[in-house]
Write a protein that binds this ligand. Structure first.
Ligand code: AMP
Length: 415
């Protein structure tokens, strides 16, 4: 992870219980988003942040929130009141944020509770009844509990909206608006999104007040330390190519993206038949099945995890060596999110994408967005078709202009 050598966490005026936790995690320097956002959050400013997961965004909001809550406690230590609400689009991300609050706040005594659907609400309600300082929730279940009058937000000071673009994609905005309208207007709001499209800006406009803009890398720019390759391969050969590539022992932990839940199951079956240890996560799996798969993947008991985009959103597993894209996503930003699952916390990662003939235009949209020409891997056993001459031609034209010679093409290159 890129971090600044200029400042340390101490320069950010963080209190000792937090510095201790950060040291315990082995963090030496704040990352750019932490350096930029923490001072503003500590003085109570609203934030409009454009940053992907993998940039250290969670600590960028969790640390200053914990500091504010620790310094100005309300309620009794035994029965605190909710002062911070974090909204997250998926249960996986909510669980990860909850875990980050636990880790960073372990010396503060502050209490938190994670709320999401798909499981019985009993445990979550019991935790709320005991009193918590921080609630991390997905919108649907939170609204359910609010309707049952199981939580009160009158003492709320801080609202965090994480991955707002994904909330929009998943159709959660009406729920988010309903929740926000039930919160005290006089609050601090931290709004994060991987992309700041006009829709997202419009949403933010009604929620944040005079925010400080914190922009980490232009939106949708992939992490620099991901090496990207593309394989041109026919659709029917994609799974076989995947098995072939997974045989490479340097693929120590692989995340395979596939378009639909149905395909995820079929790909998993195919890989299992090929003798690989593999599990899947997607929306049709129960919460416990997903958590089991994630745990096995994290613990290294399975080397390959097949996932759909929604299920993998916000997935934070260190040490993913390879991301495979079995399809080329139609939305270029999805590609950026996918490959961001590797090369986390400063590690190097590799992203391999399989492009069928009919997917070329989507690949070219991705390349336009990331402003990088993805390297074509020409050596593989399933080479069967030729990329459209136009793209090749343009490239050669540019090259020949640079060399001052007229462009002449003798024959179509095959690979
Ligand atoms: P996030 O963007 O919050 O998902 O964080 C991505 C990863 O970076 C997590 O595994 C964090 O534990 C790690 N991380 C966060 N802040 C730092 C830091 N200052 N130095 C090193 N690693 C960090």
């Amino acid at each position: 992870m890129t971090s600044s050598s200029e400042s340390s966490f101490k320069d950010l005026a963080l209190i000792e219980p937090l510095l201790q936790a950060v040291r315990g995690e082995g963090y030496e320097y704040p990352t750019p988003i932490q350096e930029k956002a923490i001072p503003h959050i500590l003085v109570g400013r609203d934030i409009l942040g454009c940053a992907q997961t993998g940039t250290g965004k969670t600590a960028a909001f969790a640390l200053p929130i914990l500091q504010q809550l620790f310094k100005n406690r309300r309620g009794s230590a035994a029965r605190p009141v909710i002062r911070t609400l974090v909204l997250s689009p998926t249960r996986e991300l909510a669980a990860q944020i909850g875990e980050s609050f636990r880790v960073y706040g372990k010396h503060t005594g502050l209490k938190r509770c994670v709320i999401f659907g798909g499981v019985n609400q009993r445990q979550q309600v019991a935790a709320l009844k005991q009193g918590v300082d921080i609630v991390i929730a997905t919108p649907g279940r939170l609204l359910d509990l609010m309707r049952q009058r199981l939580l009160r937000f009158d003492a709320l000071d801080i609202l965090v909206l994480d991955e707002a673009d994904r909330m929009l994609d998943m159709g959660f905005i009406p729920d988010v608006r309903r929740i926000v309208s039930a919160l005290p207007a006089n609050r601090q709001t931290l709004f994060f999104s991987a992309t700041l499209t006009p829709d997202i800006r419009h949403l933010a406009a009604g929620i944040v007040r005079e925010p400080v803009h914190v922009d980490i890398a232009p939106s949708a720019t992939p992490v620099d330390n991901v090496k990207q390759f593309v394989y041109y391969v026919e659709k029917k050969d994609k799974r076989e190519l995947l098995v072939h590539l997974l045989k490479d022992p340097s693929v120590s932990r692989a995340l395979v993206f596939t378009r639909t839940k149905h395909l995820a199951d079929r790909d998993t079956l195919y890989l299992t038949h090929a003798g690989l240890r593999v599990m899947a996560i997607h929306g049709n799996k129960s919460q416990s099945a997903r958590q089991k798969a994630l745990k096995s993947f994290r613990d290294g008991n399975v080397r390959v995890l097949v996932a759909t985009d929604i299920a993998a959103r916000g997935l934070d597993v260190d040490g993913i060596s390879h991301v495979f894209n079995l399809d080329i996503p139609a939305e270029p930003e999805v590609y950026v999110h996918r490959i961001g699952r590797t090369a986390r916390a400063g590690a190097e990662g590799i992203a391999l994408s399989f492009c069928g003939c009919e997917e070329r235009s989507m690949l070219s949209n991705i390349q336009k967005l990331i402003r990088v020409k993805i390297q074509v891997e020409r050596e593989h056993p399933f080479v069967s078709w030729v990329p459209e001459p136009k793209a090749e031609e343009n490239r050669t034209k540019v090259q020949s202009r640079r060399h001052g010679r007229p462009f002449r093409r003798s024959r179509r290159r095959r690979y």
